[in-house]
Design a protein. Structure first.
Length: 90
């Protein structure tokens, strides 16, 4: 489970996220929205790649730790696979 509470993130004068809160239950979830909506910033915060200016993220009920990452999977941006190999070879 992912629990995002009141996160905010600014880059200089640009407010990328403002008071964002949501919960993701176990399963497959997609994060969609227009360009500039803050999707990539949100994912980077959840993964601990960048830190929010305010708020917190909990994975499985605990504050972020690298151990939490072993229990989640992320497909960020475009996914491309080699065309010269079969799925089982990849």
């Amino acid at each position: 489970m992912i629990d995002v509470k009141n996160i905010e993130k600014s880059f200089r004068d640009i407010k990328a996220l403002k008071d964002l809160s949501f919960t993701v239950e176990k399963g497959i979830t997609g994060l969609i929205g227009p360009n500039g909506a803050g999707k990539s910033t949100t994912i980077k915060i959840i993964l601990g790649l960048i830190h929010p200016n305010k708020g917190e993220v909990k994975l499985f009920g605990k504050k972020f730790s690298s151990k939490s990452l072993k229990d989640i999977g992320v497909l960020h941006e475009k996914c491309t696979f080699p065309t010269n190999k079969k799925g089982i070879e990849y």
